[in-house]
Design a protein around this ligand. Structure first.
Ligand code: FPP
Length: 239
């Protein structure tokens, strides 16, 4: 085990490639999603050792409702069983689970499972796992603006950041997309403002601690400037 000294990172993951993984093996897409859940478990388990303190994963987007009913129902079933079967383990490992996205439109039992899992893990502070489910970044930004407007509060960058469903968590350091696709697909658009983007040619069901470690290494090699200049002796301002 390596000892990480830098501050824990917030890594957001677009878990892409389940369908291709399954079709490469002549399996139904559902088998790819099931293998995707195993990859998620491995990744969460190994994340702290990679220097990660918060993971945000894209489980189901507001656009995923357009998929065939059978696939939508498979994904609903997986989130049900993932949350229920993993809750004890997550709690024991000090993981706080938070689900991002609209509850409205979710089957009532799933909304209930989510509510209970969030309440049961609310006191955990070793690791934050945020699962975006029925989530779309544009809808999240619109909802945040509406909440502020209805409360009669001024809408500025700070207030909006806090009103987003990610508002309680740490800022996103890096957004990783697997499977070789290079787009954000309506995931964390506001939060991406100063995040680094990493694209990996791994199909999600093959993911785990090792590819995560490579993504973190790639992130650490980047020079983050937040619109400023590189921190070199030539650009440092004398005080
Ligand atoms: C993208 O693969 C993946 C998804 C739409 C869903 C991700 C879901 C999981 C990993 C299952 C577990 C989820 C939770 C929330 C526990 P794709 O189907 O778009 O793959 P393709 O692009 O190869 O077709």
């Amino acid at each position: 085990m390596t000892v990480e000294t830098a501050a824990p990172l917030h890594v957001a993951l677009i878990m892409d490639g389940n369908g291709r993984w399954a079709s490469q093996r002549g399996l139904p897409r559902a088998a790819g999603h099931r293998a995707g859940v195993q990859a998620l478990k491995r990744t969460v388990e190994g994340a702290a050792d990679c220097g990660v303190g918060c993971l945000t994963v894209f489980g189901f987007s507001t656009e995923n409702w357009r998929r065939p009913a059978e696939e939508v129902s498979d994904l609903m079933g997986l989130v049900r069983s993932y949350v229920v079967s993993d809750l004890k383990r997550l709690t024991k490992a000090g993981v706080r689970l938070k689900v991002l996205g609209r509850r409205q439109g979710l089957p009532a039992d799933i909304a209930d499972i989510i509510r209970r899992a969030e309440a049961d893990t609310a006191h955990n502070d070793r690791f934050l796992l945020q699962v975006a489910f029925n989530y779309g970044a544009q809808a999240d930004i619109a909802d945040a603006a509406r909440t502020l407007a209805e409360a009669g509060r001024p809408i500025d960058e700070n207030a909006l950041s806090q009103a987003l469903s990610t508002g309680e968590g740490p800022p996103v350091d890096v957004i990783v997309r697997t499977s070789g696709e290079r787009r954000l697909s309506n995931f964390l658009l506001w939060e991406a403002a100063y995040a680094e983007l990493v694209f990996q040619d791994v199909l999600w069901p093959d993911y785990g601690p090792e590819p995560l470690r490579r993504a973190v290494e790639e992130f650490r090699a980047r020079d983050r400037r937040y619109g400023g200049l590189p921190d070199t002796p030539a650009t440092r301002v004398a005080v």
